[in-house]
Design a protein around this ligand. Structure first.
Ligand SMILES: [Zn+2]
Length: 398
């Protein structure tokens, strides 16, 4: 499988060519952004008119996408298309990708390249990781592209007139709008975060990372396999916002692998990471109020009925993953108060070590702490997990 994308920032569009061998094709159709203008397909050297239907995508039912039938072929199929991204054809509400001279983002939620999946399960099995991808941009532009290998092998790519700078932890690609004097602060904060996490939650070998800045509203995210962080430029607007960089950095090295059954709860990535972020930023800023009100707001939202009152272990099935950022992180904080920092840190380091590769669920989580902390802590730990993970009892007293 190969994918070549040519980006024209001034023209506001991409032109792309994807080539598939028989074994690359896992569905009798693929999905592509509904605004794509397709050329006829080329199958085993024969020209075949593309059969296109505009349908609702099964993973996002309000979202209209082009479904293109894969014709019979034996050896290879070539797909060519042009696509103007208007910012109105992304599948998630927050996705508003456009191709502009200032910034462009290509990712799966915009269906800007052919995608062969219509369930989350197939999404996670997407074979994109084995794809040979090239992105071409005009002089003066840089493309930062990664293929995520955790979960789905899907492409993420940003294109901007980036200004590159070298830091002790790796390369940073700054949007020109980020003020020069705010850039340097990142060095000390990332250094502190690295040292702190190593000292408290398990040593990780230093591996350089890449940070590509993105405009406000696109949502920061990290891609573990390629050690790339896409960081909203708002992170540089004031010191406390650099917590976003710390947060994404922690995702790369200090997250347990969740079992599929609990992945959507976001507890094992977001509750842990937000907790670590809060602890580090409270130390750096010497301000214990950092992000305190986000948990308070979440609790108020549950009490006001914006969320059904369900225990943390049910966040996944209710699609309440966003509560893991706040209430999940608070649960980790309370667990730390219960055990004391030293024991909590050691047990947490042990849990992360054990489940770096072996997926964990809530049982594994509780089991590790109970086992690690010894008989003398067992009763109060089980009571704590019962109250915080398996019921909403904690909320009565909060
Ligand atoms: Zn996160």
């Amino acid at each position: 499988m190969t994918l070549n994308i040519n980006v024209s920032p001034y023209g506001g569009e991409i032109t792309a060519c994807a080539k598939y061998e028989r074994a690359d094709v896992s569905l009798p159709y693929f999905y592509l952004n509904r605004d794509a203008v397709m050329e006829p397909l080329l199958c085993d050297g024969k020209i075949v008119e593309a059969q296109i239907e505009i349908v609702r995508h099964p993973m996002q039912d309000e979202y209209l996408v082009a479904r293109v039938l894969v014709p019979t072929f034996y050896n290879y199929m070539e797909v060519r298309y042009r696509l103007k991204l208007t910012g109105k054809t992304g599948s998630w509400p927050y996705v508003r990708e456009q191709i502009t001279p200032e910034f462009s983002l290509l990712r799966f939620e915009t269906f800007c390249y052919p995608l062969f999946f219509d369930t989350w399960q197939d999404f996670r099995k997407a074979k994109f990781a084995q794809c040979d991808i090239s992105v071409t941009v005009p002089e003066g532009f840089t493309a930062i592209s990664t293929v995520s290998t955790d979960g789905a092998g899907i492409l993420n790519c940003t294109i901007a007139p980036y200004q590159q700078a070298e830091f002790s932890f790796g390369q940073v690609y700054f949007l020109p709008t980020i003020a020069a004097d705010s850039r340097q602060e990142l060095e000390g904060i990332m250094q502190f975060a690295y040292d702190y996490m190593n000292a408290h939650f398990g040593h990780r070998e230093f591996k350089p990372l890449t940070i590509a800045t993105i405009p406000a509203g696109f949502g920061s995210f990290a891609i573990t396999g390629s050690r790339t962080i896409f960081l909203e430029e708002g992170a540089f607007s004031k010191s406390e916002n650099l917590g976003f960089a710390v947060h994404e950095f922690i995702h790369l090295d200090w997250n347990a692998k969740p079992k599929d059954s609990v992945q959507r709860s976001r507890f094992f990535d977001e509750a842990f990471t937000c907790y670590f972020e809060n602890r580090i930023m409270r130390r750096i800023l010497q301000d214990d109020s950092y992000r305190r009100n986000s948990a308070e707001k979440a609790i108020a939202a549950v009490k006001d009925g914006k969320y059904a009152k369900v225990p943390i272990c049910k966040y996944g099935e209710m699609e309440y993953g966003d509560l893991s950022y706040t209430i999940g992180a608070l649960c980790m904080e309370k667990l730390c108060s219960l055990l004391g920092e030293e024991l909590f840190d050691a047990a947490t380091a042990e849990f992360l070590r054990k489940h770096q590769e072996t997926p964990a669920d809530f049982e594994d989580f509780c089991g590790t702490y109970v086992e690690f902390c010894g008989k003398e802590n067992e009763i109060r730990l089980r009571k704590f997990f019962g109250e915080w993970l398996y019921s909403c009892e904690w909320m009565e007293v909060e």
